[in-house]
Design a protein around this ligand. Structure first.
Ligand SMILES: [Zn+2]
Ligand SMILES: [Zn+2]
Length: 175
């Protein structure tokens, strides 16, 4: 979704306020693709600070579906994003990309709201996602989700160890 910045760029001191609905349906990054299951409009304020500099303030709330770190079940994570940025239109796009990594959302005389939200998501991505604090995860041996079921893997492991100890014990007894 592009916002036309012509009016605000032409007039020093001009403030533009708008609510925009991003079109992004999923967040795709190196970590994978995550569906955006709820998105509120992004409320934006764009202020011409003079000297071809823009101040961009905004906020939004969205819910992203991310697998639990331990059991891989889907978790709907709601993220509140709020940001304040400055865009210097005197700089060329190449220059800006070098100095301000997230600047690419302003292209020429338009602002790409999806790119803006994307860069904010990258910065605010949760480092840890759990379906619940005490998620038991999945069994590393048979893959059973231990929140829903139990398995005998760990038990068998201990049984095996006990048998070995018993074996050694018996050997000593024989001597
Ligand atoms: Zn979990
Ligand atoms: Zn198991």
């Amino acid at each position: 979704m592009l916002i036309d910045l012509n009016e605000v760029i032409k007039n020093d001191g001009r403030v533009m306020q708008t609510d925009v609905m991003p079109e992004m349906k999923q967040f795709v990054s190196k970590m994978g693709a995550f569906p955006i299951v709820m998105q509120q409009p992004v409320s934006l304020e764009i202020r011409n600070m003079g000297d071809r500099k823009l101040q961009i303030t905004g906020s939004t709330v969205l819910t992203v579906r991310i697998p639990c770190d331990r059991c891989l079940e889907d978790v709907d994570v709601t993220l509140e994003l709020s940001f304040e940025k400055e865009a210097d239109l005197n700089k060329s796009e190449a220059e800006s990309q070098q100095t301000l990594e997230n600047f690419v959302y302003v292209e020429g005389y338009s602002l790409d709201v999806d790119k803006l939200v994307y860069s904010e998501l990258l910065v605010n991505w949760p480092s840890k996602v759990l379906c619940k604090e005490d998620c038991k995860g999945i069994c590393s041996i048979c893959g059973t989700n231990l929140n829903q079921n139990t398995c005998n893997c760990r038990k068998e492991e201990t049984d095996l160890r006990m048998a070995k100890i018993q074996e050694i014990f018996n050997k000593y007894k024989e001597v």
